[in-house]
Design a protein around this ligand. Structure first.
Ligand SMILES: Cc1cc2nc3c(=O)[nH]c(=O)nc-3n(C[C@H](O)[C@H](O)[C@H](O)COP(=O)(O)O)c2cc1C
Length: 338
């Protein structure tokens, strides 16, 4: 017996686990390892300084096509400021049209950090077979996504990377979305083991998506210093700072302390009004530093689940362990029924 949810059928995967996108960094090799282990891998929207995101996306898709067998997805950040998003959407449609194998395996686009309506309209018109999930940080957003997309990634405040000003935690978000939404819900933010999977399914999700936990794996292409930093960090070692485009959860380091805690929404509006290309480039330079292993002077994006991560297994070892743990948890819960 194994755990099989509607997400497995929808995406054509064995285990109801999705590896989260983690741009501006690369998750291309990680995606291959995740796919080979029977879960769903996602190629990130990479825009580190000096790279062309559209060319990089095509290269990454071709790499994944050649280096694993199984279905995968891509992330496109669709925030207003993300000027490359329309070209990335066109690219996905073009590649799926040109190549039946890509069409068969590139099953889903996850859009995030912006309004789901334009990508939903675009894909409905140009490629209606492609699945579209969108990231939602509050019930309000989840209900909007529910009417537009094929699935909802409900991402709570304990997760790593970009966050919303509303600060809703995963437990609250997933349970309320499960009550109010009709589309499949993927629980995201704070998951790192099989107990988490069992809990997410009990809350009404059809699977989990994880970022932080997958960074600390052998195949992830992040720098070893990044992985080691996660392993030695506790649940209280992250904070939420003001990033160039909104709040970001990251590990406490020199960069985070200099940036300080998150601002209010009004302060953020004032900051965004001043955002110029040079500020964005500077932000990008800091991400590039981190990616090269300097974990003091840039944003080391990471969720609170780092407190529950104390090893760097292979992706296959991690997924097998998580699934076994989740099965044991579900059996235990079943035994509570008298
Ligand atoms: C290093 C890093 C980079 C991220 N970049 C992106 C991104 O480009 N697009 C996106 O939708 N989410 C991004 N996220 C958020 C993840 O997709 C996911 O929501 C988050 O990692 C879930 O929480 P967890 O870290 O507790 O698993 C990022 C997260 C991390 C840790």
């Amino acid at each position: 017996m194994t755990i099989k949810t509607p997400l497995c059928d929808m995406l054509g995967i064995k285990h109801p686990i999705i590896q989260a996108a983690m741009g501006p960094f690369y998750t291309t090799k990680l995606c291959c390892a995740v796919v080979n282990a029977g879960a769903f891998g996602i190629i990130s929207h990479t825009n580190l300084l000096g790279v062309d995101p559209v060319k990089e996306m095509e290269k990454n898709i071709r790499y994944v096509m050649e280096n694993c067998k199984g279905n995968f997805g891509v992330n496109i950040r669709v925030a207003r400021i993300q000027i490359d998003a329309p070209a990335l959407m066109e690219l996905i449609v073009k590649l799926r049209k040109e190549d039946p194998e890509i069409k068969d395996r590139l099953k889903m686009v996850v859009t995030s950090a912006g309004n789901p309506k334009p990508p939903a309209q675009f894909f409905k018109e140009k490629d209606k077979d492609l699945l579209l999930f969108h990231v939602a940080p509050t019930l309000y957003h989840a209900m909007k996504v529910d009417g537009l997309c094929d699935g909802i990634i409900c991402t709570g405040y304990e997760g790593g990377g970009h966050q919303s000003y509303e600060r809703v935690n995963t437990t609250v978000l997933v349970t309320e979305a499960a009550r109010h939404c009709k589309k499949p819900i993927v629980a995201c933010g704070g998951f790192s083991d099989g107990r988490g999977i069992a809990a997410a399914l009990a809350m009404g999700a059809v699977g989990v998506q994880m970022g932080t936990r997958f960074i600390a794996t052998k195949e992830c292409e992040f720098h070893q210093n990044y992985k080691d930093f996660i392993v030695r960090s506790r649940d209280s070692d992250t904070m939420v700072c003001q990033g160039a485009f909104g709040p970001i959860r990251l590990l406490k380091n020199k960069y985070a302390e200099e940036h300080g805690e998150i601002l209010s929404r009004d302060e953020k509006m004032a900051l965004e009004a001043q955002l110029d290309l040079e500020a964005i480039r500077e932000d990008n330079r800091k991400y590039a530093l981190v990616y090269e292993g300097d974990i003091d002077n840039g944003p080391v994006l990471c969720g609170q689940s780092c407190g529950n991560i104390d090893d760097i297994p292979t992706v296959k070892e991690l997924i097998e362990r998580m699934v076994k743990e989740a099965e044991a948890e579900i059996r235990k819960l079943n035994s509570y029924l008298k």
